[in-house]
Design a binder for this molecule. Sequence first.
Ligand SMILES: Nc1ncnc2c1ncn2[C@@H]1O[C@H](COP(=O)(O)OP(=O)(O)OP(=O)(O)O)[C@@H](O)[C@H]1O
Ligand SMILES: [Mg+2]
Length: 230
Amino acid sequence: MKLERPPRREAGTLPKAPTGIEGLDQITLGGLPRGRPTLVCGGAGCGKTLLAMEFLIRGATQYGEPGAFIAFEETGEELAQNVRSLGFDLDKLVADNKISVDHIHVERNETSALPPVHADPDLISQLLLGLLGNAAEAMVAGGTIRLHASAANGVVQLHVSDSGPGVPAEIRERIFEPFFTTRSRGTGLGLAVARQIVEAHGGRIAVGAADSGGARFTLTLPAAASVLAA
Ligand SMILES: Nc1ncnc2c1ncn2[C@@H]1O[C@H](COP(=O)(O)OP(=O)(O)OP(=O)(O)O)[C@@H](O)[C@H]1O
Ligand SMILES: [Mg+2]
């Protein structure tokens, strides 16, 4: 059997943001895709945080690109301590406005007695990640995201609340329209797609105010038993 070499990847076909990390820019032909998300996966302790931190710090110090780090586990002090071992002074970069570090605490209620729901797990994960992303972007100085699930009358409800500024009552319906955004770099498609996903599952999504005054998104999905009975 003759093995053929895979075709050589051409550099420059996708705009790249150099990481400045020795070796990584060589094997990725220039760095991480510019302007696109990069998902770094791996078990606890495998170095995801340090990789992301080093990318941001080198971007800020070597390539003039300020960055923001949102941590769900470590606090700002813990992060500063971790990267000190790599020779970086995170506190100084924060003081010089080159990096901003926010810590968001995620609280969730552990409910074991929820009825099953017929749903596409990838689509529902995409939707929830969009809501979490919106909450994180709204809480510019960090804060708390609360995830709460409950069930009643044949439906399961998921609530995502944050401690940000909230959604003003006058734009609460408009935020679900395609291309409605108040963010300079937003597409305004996140919630429009979220609504489509929920409605395709026979459910609905609504926004209100959380006890903290922030936004509270409620996802209502029919429980599997009520779909079968219908
Ligand atoms: N948790 C939240 N707190 C305050 N405002 C929010 C929140 N979530 C959404 N919004 C408002 O709803 C608008 C629309 O959100 P949507 O996710 O559709 O688009 P976007 O976040 O602006 O853009 P993209 O999703 O492309 O980044 C936002 O621009 C913002 O004004
Ligand atoms: Mg969004």
